[in-house]
Structure formats: structure tokens, C-alpha cells
Design a protein. Sequence first.
Length: 259
Amino acid sequence: MPPIIRLEDVTLGYDRHPAIHHLSGSFERGSLTAVVGPNGAGKSTLLKGIKGLLRPLGGVVHREGMTGDDLSLLPQQTELEPDFPISVWDAVLIGHWRRVHAWRTVNRTQRHQAQAALEAVGLSGFTHRLVSSLSGGQRQRMLFARILVEDAPVILLDEPFAAIDDRTVVDLLAMVQGWHLQGRTVIAVLHDLEQVRRHFPQALLLARHALAWGDTDQVLSPENWHQARTMSEAWDDHAPFCLLAPRENRPPTGPKATA
């Protein structure tokens, strides 16, 4: 089967400064992949590029037969607004957005799906609670319920197990394994390497470049990880735009080129 996500010489960045350089490779349909690497390696940037929230500075992200709306993204908790005045029920119903949009109401079947999702994550009695009243683990369960409602073929998870209790980690890991068994493609940014070794058969070691991509045991070799850490110590966050990018994607020359 053809890959479901294919990256062709992709460079991603912000303010014309690249965070990921010339990344090529593919995620197979139904694969379960952990994206690992030092802090600042471009892991979250990669998920945003795959989702379509960040336009490549160079290269192409191919989503076979899909748009960005067909991919579910769970962002880092630090990117969320925990004090936004919305109920758990309404936050989960947002998962139906790509099907109903702004001009249609949620039907009875979709409401049943939202209720079933809350029950699946252990929040069946939380429908009227405000999101701001939830603990970190409860908020993460709610976001997993929304992913269940979205029912997308590709699921992108950015540090899904950070700063939550051990019981929630076990429960949510079981959900990730279930998605994998259903044939969905799951790509998760993770920091716990032992967790990656135990639960994720594929891994991508990223240090702004792809240092290794494939079977987890081979990717997470001590040599590869040492190289990633060594590269991170030499990073220059004020480096100019990558001069190897295709000419049509380069910024204009002159004083503003590296602004």
C-alpha cells in the first residue's frame, strides 16, 4: 500500500528561519510512530507541517487523498487556553466540526457519539463541568474524547502524556494502541524513550534533520542519540534561511533576508 503521509525535501520554520531542514520520508498507512529528539529539534513543528498549519519553506507534504481536516491534532497542553469558558460537553462536540461546520447543528447520532467518547475516557459525569475546572489528566482525557469524535484516519499527538498522572498515561496509551489496531496512522511526539521502546514499533529521531527513521530499536541506538544531543548543542537559533532550499521558496536577498 502507498504511504499515507509522504514528505519530499520538506523545510519548515518560522519567520523565515528553518526549524527542520530537507526532511524526506514517509509514514505508512496504519503505522504507529514516535517522533523523538532533543528540545528544539523541530518535533512540534513537524506535526504542524503535516497537519497543514504551517506552510513549508521548501519541499512538499503529500497527504494521500486527504486535506488537513482529515488529520486530528492534539496540541501540547501549554498551547491550550485552560480558562476559556466552555463546558466539557461543548469541547468534545467540537470534534464534529469538520462534518457539520458552522451552518449545521449536531444531530442525535453525533451526540450519542460524543457521550460514548466521554464514557470511553472515563468522563461520563463531566458533561456540564467547565474545562477550566479539570485537572491536567482530566483535560487530556477530554481531548482524547474529542479525537474519538473526530474519527480521523491520521492522529497527531504532541506530547500527549506530559504532566499527567500515571493512571491516565496507562489509559491513554491503551487508546493509542487501540487506534493502531483499528488501522489508523498515529504519529506522537514523545520524550520518554523507554515508553517509546515498549509501545511504538516505529520511530523518527529528529534533530532538525532526520538522523534515523525506521524500527525503534535501531533508531534509538546510543550512537544515534549521542549524535542528536551533540547536534542540538551546536544549534544557532539566529541562523539565516537555508540556502539549499528551492529558489522559489527563498526570501528576498538583502538586509531583510535574515530578519
